[in-house]
Design a protein around this ligand. Sequence first.
Ligand SMILES: [Zn+2]
Length: 137
Amino acid sequence: MENRPFNDTSYEQYLNEARVMGSRCRKCSALALPPRPICVSCYGNEMEWVELKGKGKLAAFTSIVVAPPFMAKEGFGRNNPYIVGVVELEEGVKAVARINGLDVKHPDRIRVGTPLHADFASKGEGPARQTSLVFKP
Ligand SMILES: [Zn+2]
């Protein structure tokens, strides 16, 4: 089984391996994404890794026009906004992530409930490689 600690570092390692891994409480089955060492529901500390399918639907979204510096460096901003959304996964847990492939210039045409699936956006090489979870239709 998976022995990695239930923290952001492990979560990011799994993303580098193109896997969406959350934690599940052995007592009450509550899921957490990103994984947490303590159950968000019953505060128990017996967790297990669970691989999520990465399929879900858009629950809420916002269009970001004032980009943080690392996004501005990639050319995002007032004239090139991007979308961050809440995705409700099939397993019942919600993920907050960037959403690609939606009509960012016409946010009024984006529909809550749009089916989405996980994708992995990597930058950098070797040990410096960083992968973030994104979703797309
Ligand atoms: Zn629990």
